[in-house]
Ligand binder design. Structure first.
Ligand code: ADP
Ligand code: ZN
Length: 717
């Protein structure tokens, strides 16, 4: 994708691509990744701006693996460092963290590992780095310093952290080490500030695309609390075996929702900044491990969460700006598989947010940001176009994966509806809120309507033809378009604006967007979905179950075993042997070795294949690893077999003409030495060579000699 196909790859590019395949199981880089990697390896500073899930981590992890020394990764949240490190280790990448949650002895041991050059990536918090940096001797070779969540350094950003400002010291201590600052959110001001604050030298800005096409975007307007709850339940049911997040504006809302979900039998947990550190880390752990289906959270939840298989995100309330919104929905579907997001947009939230904004420090900027958020929520054009244009990105087609694209709102002349509502409210002396107004319009016989005599007014029951939900939506639209106002200080009483009055007095007409009911829970919940779904889906369920068993066995969260995206690919391709298994995207070598057998066995069983696995399986495994450039030592360790067994495989592969290139196995000198001894001292040759080379290698040399003879004979035919 990055390279015009006819330019040959440079050595560095080949090396980076081979690491991408071996350690991550991906076949090609995403746009910019390779440029960023080369830029850093060449010793240059840069600022990388890509959305959450865009693929920033590889940009410093691959240089770390290629360069001499250890790469330092500065990241703000200690609680999450261990996850990031575990994910790397599960792919065979030597990473570690030094932090205050670990014992001094552990930290010292890791430091020793760095001195010995055993650790290629070290995750650390900014405050800890500043302390350690003073102590580290120059003997530690630092290859690169990556600063994640770099927007935290800027006062302009939305998540300023004072500890970050002191990172300017890094350049003083390590003027020659390249720095890579990475963030998913930064407006232009913040972007420039990052480079200045860190004193980067001539930093290049890499601005990635903010598009996340696998995330679907939906906005629901003005749902009642119970409808919102139903939508949430529906989502959980739909992704029964996966997990999602509901973001709430306040701790209280999150608490209530969590309670209600648990009472309804869902596996739900709560996360907000008011909980104890212990409760928070427990919630986090449950979520990461997939023990809960949903976390009800405030915005405090999510930064640095690497869980790649979050299948959905719901905003129970309107976020205050598009940056936060986009970052939060961006936590869904990081593995690239489809994910869904829904935003509930309610007038009452808007009013609360407006008050927050007015009282905030930078009221003008924040008001403008809120307005942009509202425009997004109310828009009737492709939502992704709005989002991407907000991030100054060219995107000139409709996305086909948002609610507007899939269901364009239809508009109708709403003048008569507005007139009914306005005149009812006039007759009610503008003394009621939205619920009572709807009840009057729909002719409710509620006791207090009757006792107050509201049933006697002329418009009582004039709107019987519409449901409560329809009226709620239309009146909310009327509030948003400035026909009514809500008076919060007076029990949310509605009042009519001069514009509203002009509709009944001066014949002004208005348009409304037709109400679309939300997709709710199927009534018939007992229908067994499994029997109705496509075979691939069925297999996917089976594979997910297997993954959860493996996850328990190895004490790793399911997504660290294999990603959802890889499982989906597996369900589609249904590999029935090791080599087919290795073709699946996103499976690193070490994982392929660890997991191919259980998955392939399960797929064969699913497909009803009863013959045993092809024999020589283990040999072809060896072949694949050799072809990918692994050493015999590594192969033996990874497969948990003796090196001599690997050499036996190699001999057999050569004798069967399956292996024809020997660079990684034996050097020319070794080959010549064996052949020399073979000719002159055949009887004692193994005796002599025992101290010179691995035990199985002479056999390999002889097999190569035969191979060369065979080839020559063939050429002469
Ligand atoms: P970010 O740090 O920008 O939020 P990550 O680095 O976590 O994003 O990457 C998001 C997901 O995309 C991860 O699951 C990662 O493995 C995957 N990914 C990254 N680069 C590639 C690539 N070149 N091909 C396929 N998947 C990739
Ligand atoms: Zn769209």
């Amino acid at each position: 994708m990055n390279e015009p196909t006819n330019t040959p790859m440079t050595l560095l590019e080949r090396k980076a691509t081979s690491i991408l395949q071996r350690f991550y199981g991906y076949s090609s880089f995403r746009p910019l990744q390779l440029d960023i990697i080369k830029h850093a390896i060449n010793g240059n500073d840069c600022v990388v701006l890509m959305p959450t899930g865009g693929g920033k981590s590889l940009c410093f992890q691959i240089p770390a693996l290629i360069m001499d020394g250890c790469t330092i990764v500065v990241t703000p949240l200690i609680a999450l460092m261990q996850d990031q490190v575990s994910a790397l280790i599960s792919n065979g990448i030597p990473a570690a963290t030094i932090n205050s949650n670990q014992s001094d002895a552990d930290n010292r041991r890791i430091l020793d590992g760095i001195y010995e050059g055993k650790i290629k990536l070290l995750y650390i918090s900014p405050e800890r780095l500043l302390i350690e940096m003073e102590r580290w001797s120059k003997e530690i070779k630092i290859s690169l310093i990556a600063i994640d969540e770099a927007h935290c350094i800027s006062q302009w950003g939305h998540d300023f952290r004072p500890d970050y400002t002191r990172l300017s010291k890094i350049k003083e201590v390590y003027p020659d080490v390249p720095i890579m600052a990475l963030t998913a959110t930064a407006d232009r001001l913040t972007r420039d500030d990052i480079g200045n604050q860190l004193k980067l030298s001539n930093p290049r800005l890499f601005l990635g695309s903010f598009d996340r096409p696998n995330i679907s975007i939906k906005v629901h307007h003005n749902l009642s609390a119970s409808s919102r709850f139903s939508v949430i339940c529906h989502m959980i049911d739909k992704y029964e075996k996966d997990s999602g997040i509901v973001y709430c504006m306040t701790r209280k809302t999150a608490e209530k929702l969590n309670q209600k979900l648990m009472e309804s039998g869902y596996r739900s947990t709560l996360y907000h900044a008011g909980l104890s550190a212990k409760a928070r880390s427990e919630a986090h752990r449950q979520f990461i491990n997939g023990d809960v289906q949903v976390v009800c959270a405030t915005v405090a939840f999510g930064m640095g969460i690497d869980k790649s298989n979050i299948r959905w995100v719901i905003h129970n309330n309107l976020p205050p700006n598009i940056e936060s919104y986009y970052q939060e929905i961006g936590r869904a579907g990081r593995d690239g598989a489809n994910a869904e997001t829904i935003l509930f947009y309610n007038v009452s939230d808007l009013m609360v947010l407006r008050n927050f904004v007015d009282e905030s420090g930078q009221a003008d900027i924040n008001r403008e940001k809120l307005n942009r958020m509202v425009q997004f929520a109310e828009a009737s054009v492709c939502r992704r176009r709005i989002l991407l244009s907000y991030f100054s990105e060219q995107y000139n087609h409709d996305c086909g994966n948002c609610d507007v694209c899939s269901n364009p709102p239809s508009r109708f002349d709403g003048t008569i509806l507005a007139q009914k509502a306005i005149s009812a409210l006039l007759r009610l002396n503008q003394s009621v809120g939205i619920n009572t107004l709807i009840d009057v319009l729909r002719g409710s016989a509620r006791a207090d309507i009757i006792s107050r005599g509201y049933h006697k007014i002329k418009t009582y029951g004039a709107g019987r033809d519409l449901s409560n939900s329809e009226w709620r939506d239309y009146i909310s639209q009327m509030i948003m378009t400035g026909i009514f106002e809500i008076n919060y200080s007076e029990k949310n009483r509605l009042s009519i604006t001069p514009y509203g009055l002009s509709i009944v007095k001066n014949g002004v007409t208005i348009q409304l967007a037709r109400y679309v009911p939300p997709l709710l829970k199927q009534k018939n919940k007992t229908t067994k979905i499994e029997t109705l779904i496509a075979p691939e889906q069925q297999l996917l369920f089976t594979l997910k179950e297997l993954r959860s068993r493996l996850s328990k066995k190895y004490g790793l969260p399911p997504y660290m075993v294999l990603s959802d995206k890889s499982l989906e690919a597996m369900a589609n391709k249904a590999p029935i042997d090791m080599s087919q298994f290795c073709e699946i995207e996103g499976i690193s070598e070490i994982k392929a070795i660890k997991y191919w057998r259980p998955f392939v066995t399960s797929i064969r069983k699913y497909k009803g294949i009863t013959q045993p696995m092809p024999s020589g399986q283990s040999e072809s495994e060896t072949l694949m690893l050799i072809e990918k450039g692994h050493s015999v030592k590594f192969i033996a360790e990874a497969k948990n077999i003796q090196e001599t067994t690997v050499y036996k495989h190699i001999v057999s592969l050569i004798r069967n003409d399956k292996l024809k290139s020997f660079d990684n196995i034996i050097t020319k000198q070794q080959y010549l030495r064996v052949m020399d001894l073979y000719r002159q001292h055949r009887e004692v040759m193994y005796e002599i060579l025992r101290t010179e080379m691995p035990q199985g290698l002479p056999g390999v040399a002889l097999a190569i000699a035969d191979f060369l003879l065979r080839r020559k004979a063939n050429e002469n035919k």
